[in-house]
Design a protein around this ligand. Sequence first.
Ligand code: MN
Length: 130
Amino acid sequence: MEENEKGLPKKILIVEDNQDSRELVVKILKNRGYQLIEAVDGEDALEKAITERPDLILMDISIPKIDGYEVTRMLKSRKEFKYTPIIALTAHAMKGDREKAMESGCEGYIAKPINIHELPEQIKPYLKEK
Ligand code: MN
């Protein structure tokens, strides 16, 4: 099990407005022993990130109120999030999405639909570096 410096399971914030997708990610990652926090839109994401201080953020880009790129920009402008990995989740397999995610400050990018078998391995490297 992945633990943080306090010996507690690592905390992951999943930002996703689609309930089914969100619950699927929660289920898979809770099974792997992680602590999960959920946010349903951009404002909720900012609030939960600031109050919960997750070890990793999975950020859907298309979310209500404030999009995922902007939320990432806002978080990365705060020094406490400088080393918090933010991984963009986007359904648009459009060229330039990866660049846009990186420009906004995301450390990584996962194209949707999420592969439930690959997700735990995809996030692992981001939880190691601190
Ligand atoms: Mn969405």
